[in-house]
Design a protein around this ligand. Sequence first.
Ligand code: 4AD
Ligand code: MG
Length: 465
Amino acid sequence: MEQDLKRKTVATVLAEGTDAVGKKVDVKGWVRTRRGNKNVQFVALNDGSTINNLQIVFDLSKFSDDQLKPITTGSSIHVQGELVASQGQGQSVEVQAEELEIYGTAPSDYPLQKKGHTLEFLREKAHLRPRTNTFGAVLRIRHALAYAIHKFFNDKGFVYFHTPLITASDCEGAGAQFQVTTLPLNNLPTDKDGNVDYSEDFFGKLASLTVSGQLEGELGATALGLIYTFGPTFRAENSNTPRHLSEFWMVEPEMAFYEIADNMDLAEEFIKYCISYALENCKDDIQFLNDHFDKELIDRLNFVINNDFVRLPYTEGVKILEESGKKFEFPVYWGVDLASEHERYLVEEHFKKPVILTDYPKEIKAFYMKLNDDGKTVRAMDVLFPKIGEIIGGSQREESYEKLSKRIEELGLTGMDWYMDTRKYGTVPHSGFGLGFERLVLFVTGMQNIRDVIPFPRYPKNCEY
Ligand code: 4AD
Ligand code: MG
């Protein structure tokens, strides 16, 4: 091996393309396939930098059979050689191998031998699936979207505000939290009434993993003006659906002085920005997913960025559903928490566009949402997307100390004094929303199951790795 030849990624070599023909290159990666005949062997090399493989050509007058034998699917190699224009189809350049080093072999029980494993099979092998074309593409897109999110908010002057993952509050009031404790579960300390004595626990009180960073985010927004959070959230709902995870990432911007219309404008601009960013920066990966999984993917992405979202009050949405004549599995009437089938009817069949549904009945929404003058509905907004259903949930927040205290009392919530201080001292109108990051990745990749857009999915009865 030539020592001072610097390694290049496959993405770089392919991007330089024919401009670099005649130069010597140094590449490292994993073997996808090897094929050929007695005279020449072709290896498809992938290093994760791109969905595309680099073809390495081994001339059997320079390499012996024994030297090439360990190069099987899944093995890892280091190659130096001359970059040449490719004779074959499917690539413009290839490497004529001169030096070979084998880092690691992959015995014949390597699970990813063949192309075209089912996604279900790959879910069982989630520790290796990032090595497949499909998951490589999904994970690069996931990265690009995460970067786009930070870029969008940074460019608008938002502060990335870190909210706690371990918390003593329950933001959504849904009671679906994972408890965090160091108490001995088979010998719990109890108080005089026989209840668990949390004063003995690690934090001296009942603590849980967060379901949302919003309440703490509001503390940030009422000091810094514009903030966003972006981190993991945890929900212990027993939801075994293709759209729910027990651990998922959420993006939660919170804006002082924003009313509900400003909130909707921001949500629409934000989501369109992220999709455009992926379309521009992940072309090969999105094309691959379009070709192999979802022929309408690119059209759907372009459609969403090129059309205004419909904005519609919940009450009108329910009327459309009632008058649709459609047989839904779950009944629909004013006051009901809409099911995914209802949301998707509005988006996919009625409007054929993303819909922002607003002004929901207060009973089915969280305590912090601003009450409308009708006394019945709150300034909520859910952004509903084709194939996904709800992708964003948000609202204008109740800024009146009196109204909010009343609501907290009605619902019997306790321990909210710190939160109420935002309304007690210098309260302002403010709004925010939460985007389910995996639901965005699901939409942009066209995958069908949310378990396939996060490296290590957590869902009921599953916590591998
Ligand atoms: O609608 P949600 O529950 O809203 C909140 O948590 C608010 N505190 C947000 C805010 O206003 N700052 O959740 C927000 C989004 C949903 O629209 C959905 O996209 C996603 O989070 N989400 C989930 N994604 C995956 N798995 C789950 N179990 C999810 N639950 C919610
Ligand atoms: Mg919601």
